[in-house]
Design a protein around this ligand. Structure first.
Ligand code: ATP
Ligand code: MG
Ligand code: MG
Length: 590
């Protein structure tokens, strides 16, 4: 991956490297405790980062920021980045999501196979270690079984200004706690009857340190461990342990976890004191999450869009998911460029969607071959061109890359042109076809418009012209007649009529669901009301014949229109269907 531009996280990493903070760290080739790693050689990786998705949904654009940051740091600093499924929550997780996440990470060009290491992990494989950690905390007096109801626990937690109250079960003996916890594991108790809590300080200013829950009873089947366990660790307990077992050096997460950092550190310190985890311990570093205008980046809302069928599934090209992006035609390199441009900081910000699109345009302008497509076909008849005659015109595949060669486009008496390229009564400044005006048919001839045919309603159904035979592009006479207008075309007899989907932004306002200026105080908005009803439109376009052979996922610039991709789901060999990825210029709202 492209290294992210200088940022505060890089500064931390560089300072740690300069100080040799992790130089003595050992790595036995897989996750393990201090004892497992003790006899192992020094870790060949200078740093270790991780991307830890919970397999409870599809990845979205925000996750791409995190993926590219973590894999990018590992690449820049001779480290490794682990892909770890944070699958400690039995109820919502599913293999379908695991597979989709693996595909998306690969699609972004990130690889957990690094220098002979395969760093793909499942947090659920650490459940035994986590239980051992919990039992150690009990034995050292750092954890207790609380048997209050959830209601009572909530009530005794206190508030920002009020300290919490100790649970009546807080003084249970180590032996009693251990016995109860063993019986919780053995399945003796119903969900919610007991919970294991860290014993820290019910008066702590940080509410997250008021004896947080670390293990709960949940009689549920887990997608990886089945029915083996009926107690599951809380995320805030599991995550630091996962990091430490994997020898993660820099554990990067989004800002909402800042208040959890003291517990993260507290827990790892206790477990390192107990000899369970290797030092130096991982350091949690928070950065601001990606927020983008005109989309929503929250799994919960994305699930709602899919479940309520506001879109056609997770991979709907309008969706800000990575499967959606891929189908839409956005490129992984475009995501890299975008991530590099927005950088990494601690300031919450809302990034303009235009920045995302511009990064895509920039990459695609460079990478995509040009083709011709007429999206709103209008027939042009060249009255002085011999009927039945066909000749070849030559069009460069890429104006910036001569080495990509040319393709031939058949030219004949009847062509499709874009409806907007003819005006019977021209507006001021209009330079394309109108009666009496001359314009160039790109890669072909200069033509002079002579008139048009209309149907009984006055609608223009064909345009007439004469061509100037000496003006063919690429011949000495090409410049003999100067014209201002330039239009694209495809030969009627040779065109490939195809379904083209014109996608636009999913929401019609920058901050879907947010209150707007002038809203009455009692107004609550719903993001669904801000959906853009015109975000998907299907048309039949006339494409140059070579596009018939386009393979699924092949992307092109359709000249004057934008970037289009052959849909990876609906395209058939010899019959591709195209999706508009993005227009050439930002025309939103115009
Ligand atoms: P959501 O908040 O949308 O429900 P999540 O945070 O629950 O997503 P996880 O699977 O837990 O999803 O996230 C995996 C990683 O991706 C985490 O490290 C998380 O911090 C990061 N991440 C999630 N959303 C964003 C975002 N908008 N910008 C940057 N990183 C993100
Ligand atoms: Mg989550
Ligand atoms: Mg989240």
């Amino acid at each position: 991956p492209v290294a992210p531009a200088a940022n505060f996280i890089k500064n931390i990493v560089e300072a740690d490297l300069a100080a040799g903070k992790h130089a003595q760290r050992r790595w036995c080739g897989q996750p393990g405790t201090a004892a497992d790693h003790a006899a192992a050689p020094l870790d060949p990786a200078k740093i270790r980062t991780r991307f830890p998705p919970e397999p409870n949904g599809y990845l979205h654009f925000g996750h791409a920021k995190s993926i590219l940051l973590n894999f990018g740091l590992a690449e820049t600093y001779a480290g490794r980045c682990h892909l770890r499924f944070d699958d400690t929550n039995p109820e919502k997780e599913d293999q379908e999501y695991v597979n989709a996440i693996i595909d998306a990470v690969k699609w972004l060009g990130c690889d957990w196979q690094q220098q002979g290491e395969s760093n793909l992990y499942y947090a659920s494989n650490y459940f035994d270690w986590m239980l051992a950690c919990a039992e150690y905390l009990i034995s050292a007096g750092y954890a207790y079984v609380d048997s209050q109801s959830a209601e009572e626990m909530r009530a005794s937690r206190g508030t920002l200004t009020q300290p919490g109250k100790d649970s009546p079960f807080r003084t249970r003996s180590v032996a009693e706690n251990m016995d109860l916890f063993k019986r919780m594991q053995a399945g003796e108790f119903a969900d919610g009857t007991h919970i294991l809590r860290a014993k820290i300080d019910m008066a702590a200013a940080n509410i997250n340190l008021r004896d947080p829950a670390i293990y709960r009873i949940r009689h549920a089947t887990h997608h990886n461990t089945g029915d083996k366990y009926c107690v599951y660790p809380m995320y805030t307990f599991a995550h630091p342990i996962e990091d430490a077992l994997e020898c993660i050096t820099h554990s990067i997460c989004t800002l909402e976890f800042e208040d959890q950092r003291p517990f993260y550190d507290w827990l790892l310190e206790r477990l390192a004191e107990g000899g369970l985890l290797q030092r130096p311990l991982p350091q949690q570093i928070e950065f601001s999450r990606l927020n983008l205008t005109y989309v929503v980046l929250s799994k919960r809302k994305l699930i709602q869009l899919v479940d309520e069928k506001h879109v056609d599934g997770w991979d709907d090209p309008r969706m800000p998911t990575l499967v959606g992006a891929r189908r839409r035609g956005y490129s992984a390199e475009g995501f890299r460029l975008f991530a590099e441009r927005i950088g990494v900081s601690k300031n919450d910000s809302l990034i303009d969607y235009v920045l995302f699109e511009d990064a895509m345009r920039e990459v695609m302008n460079e990478s995509d071959q040009r083709r011709v497509a007429v999206l709103d076909p209008l027939k042009l008849i060249i009255d002085n061109y011999p009927e039945g005659q066909v000749e070849e015109c030559h069009a460069p595949n890429h104006p910036l890359h001569e080495e990509l060669g040319q393709r031939t486009m058949p030219f004949s008496r009847e062509l499709w042109i874009e409806g907007e390229d003819f005006q019977e009564v021209p507006q001021k400044g209009f330079r394309r076809l109108f009666p009496g005006n001359m314009a160039r048919l790109r890669y072909g001839y200069v033509v002079e418009c002579t008139g048009c045919d209309k149907d009984e309603n006055g609608k223009v159904i064909a345009v007439h012209c004469n061509y100037l035979p000496e003006t063919k592009s690429g011949t000495p006479g090409a410049d003999s007649v100067k014209v201002k207008g330039n239009l694209h075309w495809v030969s009627v007899a040779h065109a490939y009529p195809a379904e083209v989907r014109l996608y636009d932004r999913l929401f019609k306002v920058p901050a879907p669901g947010a209150r707007r200026e002038g809203d009455a105080p009692d107004i609550e908005r719903n993001f669904l009301d801000d959906l853009n009803p015109d975000a998907s439109r299907s048309i039949t376009a006339q494409l140059e014949p070579s596009l018939k052979e386009a393979r699924a996922e092949e992307r092109f610039q359709f000249e004057r229109h934008g970037y289009f991709v052959a849909d990876r789901v609906d395209s058939q060999p010899g019959a591709p269907v195209f999706n508009r990825t993005v227009t050439l210029k930002d025309s939103w709202g115009k």
